[in-house]
Structure formats: C-alpha cells, structure tokens
Design a protein around this ligand. Sequence first.
Ligand code: ZN
Length: 250
Amino acid sequence: MKHRACLLKEFSKPLVIEEVQTPTLKPYEVLIKVLAAGVCHSDLHLWLGDFIPQGLPKKLPIVLSHEVVGEVVDVGEGVPSSFRRGVKVLVYPWQYVEEDQLTIKGFTQLARKRLRLGIDVDGGLQEYLISNYKFLVSIEGIEDIPALAPLGCAALTTYRAVKKARTFVEPDDYVVLIGLGGLGSYAAQWIKLLIPYSRLVGVDVRDEAIEFVSKITNVDVVVNASKEDPTKVLNELTSGLGVKAVIDLV
Ligand SMILES: [Zn+2]
C-alpha cells in the first residue's frame, strides 16, 4: 500500500508531496488514518535547519508534525480491542523504542532510544501513520478533533510547568504567566484547573492575546507590558512581597 506524504527534503525549501510506501504492521502496532496534524513552532525551526547542530532532524527526507489525531484503520497482533478499527485517537508524540529507568518514571522526553514524531521519525503531515498502541489515547466522543492535536505538545509542555509550580503555591498567591499565545492559552487553563486557589496574572504585549485568553479562562489580573511596567504592577499588588511563581513562555 502507498499513501501521500508531505516531505521535508531540503531545509527552507517548500515541502514536497509524494507517494510513499505505507509501512507494514508489526505486533502491537496500529495503522492510523491522520485526521488532523498541527504545525508547531519547532516544526518551523526544523524546516529552517536550526536544529542541525543538535543532529536534528534525525533523517531526511522527514515528515514533520508531532501533533496528530487520527482514526484506527488496521491493527497488528497483540493490540487490545479498545483500539479496534474506527476508534479515534490522539497520538502521543514523544515515543521511544523501549522502557528504561527514565521512561518508567514518566520522563519519556529523556528516553534513551527516542522515536519522537516528526523529529526522529516521520510525523503527522501524511495520510497514514503507524504507532505502537501504547502511545495512543482514545478521543472517542469528542467532536472537535482538530482542536485536540496540540494537546500532545503545547498542552503537555505547560501542564508540566504548572504541575511543578503547584507544589509551592499557596492559597491567594499570585502566579504570573508571561506570554499568552499558543502555549500561554493552555497554561492559563491549567493554572485555573490545577491551582484554582491561586490568582493568575497574565502578561503579554499584544491586546489580542490578552483578550483571547481572558475569553477562554478567568485571568484575575492582566498586564499589557507595552503599556505598563509589570514589576510596578506586581509590587503594588503584593505590597512589595513579590509573587510565588512565574511561568515564562516567551
Ligand atoms: Zn511542538
């Protein structure tokens, strides 16, 4: 079987759509028809060749995108019935070959043998993708499929930061969030969900970003840093005591 894929063949040159061979399923693997794939700022860096000094991408040509949702169309041996044909899934992008001391503790980003989608191996800008079933999350029942794609990157990145901040934030402490764009819009929601007893201060220089995040979640204090000095505002708010946590996404 063949399918179409969008290939990065040369840095900073247009991606090329070509027919590629669809890999055959091995045990525990699932063939996924891609329904939506996001483009992250890291994809732009990969495309420009900014990560060449770090040896990335691991291969060329490569299919970019690590933010993928799709539908199960075929399953290999040993895949549980919960991932039968027709089930819609979010693909966890920070994949690896085998468990090691770090993956077992949840630090999958530090896995010894990484298979990160769109970075080490082909990602989501193609019609079909193969993944081990253990990296799939069922999204059955959720209607807005494309909106789920960034959950594997932007939402997870900020989830980790907010979870760490939560350990030392007490009731009524201020948490400052700098940058209310793609990552910030997730971080603001995580702060309200995971540290609901804190007070959220959102800082950005763009009115449209401040407006968007204020619309999707309850930001207690907003500061447009192009119009007022955030340090002065925070000193006044806390009577000079300062804040407990600052999450800088810029
Ligand atoms: Zn990303």
